[in-house]
Structures are given as structure tokens and as C-alpha cells.
Design a protein around this ligand. Sequence first.
Ligand code: HEM
Length: 161
Amino acid sequence: MPELHPDVAVLAPLIGTWAGAGAGEYPTIASFGYREEIVIGHVGKPFLTYSQRTRATDDGRPLHAETGYLRVPAPGRIELVVAHPTGVTEIDEGTLVVDGDGLSIEVASTSIGLTGSAKSITALSRSFQLAGDQLTYRVAMAAVGEPLTHHLAATLRRQLE
Ligand code: HEM
């Protein structure tokens, strides 16, 4: 394993495999439960790699998946770039606060790319809280004509390698 690049050293507690459960909702869809695995890694360069995949709690069918990168362009700032299999790309920027053995991240979209067949998504915001071995997050989106509205909340635990 290469040495962690100093620009992302502050994100070291995120590196690893996380697993847990979440709940999804939106005004236009039926609410659902999901199981999720997130893998965060690095290659010695000034970014972390990020990928997640999910399955429905009720019958185990695959739901959403996404993959991307995290960067720390300046102290206290964070950038997230994500590609979605639904024809969506997401660029988020925001703040990073380190607090003892935890950290918190608040980002909002500055740019969203949509393929011709993608659903209309005009804004996203995400918050992550890491406390020890527990990672929680929330995602809100403005999509399909709705204003910025809660879509997801999940709690994951660090998995031992
Ligand atoms: C844990 C991650 C996620 C899970 C498990 C999840 C799951 C779901 C499910 C089950 C639906 C309803 C059925 C369907 O359309 O497939 C849905 C709808 C939707 N999701 Fe997500 N989603 C996730 C993340 C996201 C993200 C990050 C975005 C935006 C980039 C997004 C955008 C949408 C949109 C636009 C709809 C359609 C709403 C409508 O057509 O009324 N989802 N999601």
C-alpha cells in the first residue's frame, strides 16, 4: 500500500470498507429500505477513491450504485466527483470539519451532468458524519420537479478487513 498523500491525510479515518443500512424516500416514490457497502481507498495520489453499491432490504435486488473521488483542495474544504449509472454526473463542493476521532462533511452540487435519457436532477446536497467506527450520511435532491428534498439516510459501520 503506498503512503497516503499528505493532501488527503485528514481523510484517513474514512479509508476502509463500510457496511450498513439506510432508508430512502421522496415525494414521488414509495419509501424503501436498503443495505449498502461503501469502499474508500487511495493510491498515494491527492484523492481518495469512493464506491458504493446497494440492495433492497425486502428482496435483495440491486438498487443504486455510484463511484467517484474525494479531494481536499484547501484546509477545511472538500470536493466530491461522482458518476451514477443512471446517466448522471455530480460535482459537489463544501466543508470538512475534523473533530477528535471524527469528521463531518457538508457538500452541495456545483454542477450536475445529465445524459439525454437521465431523470431531471437540478441540485444535490450530502452530509457525512464519521464518529469512531460509525459513518452516517444524508442525501437531499431537487429532482423531477420537486425542490431540494430529503432522499436518503444511512448508518454504516467499519468492516474489519
Ligand atoms: C443509496 C443510494 C440510493 C438508493 C438506494 C436509491 C434508490 C432509489 C429508489 C428505490 C428509487 C425509486 C425507484 C426507482 O426509480 O428506481 C429512487 C428514485 C430516484 N432516485 Fe434514488 N437512490 C439512491 C441515490 C440517489 C442519488 C444519489 C440520486 C441523484 C443523483 C438519486 C436520484 C433518484 C431519482 C431522480 C429518482 C426518481 C424519482 C422519480 O422518478 O420520481 N438517487 N431511488
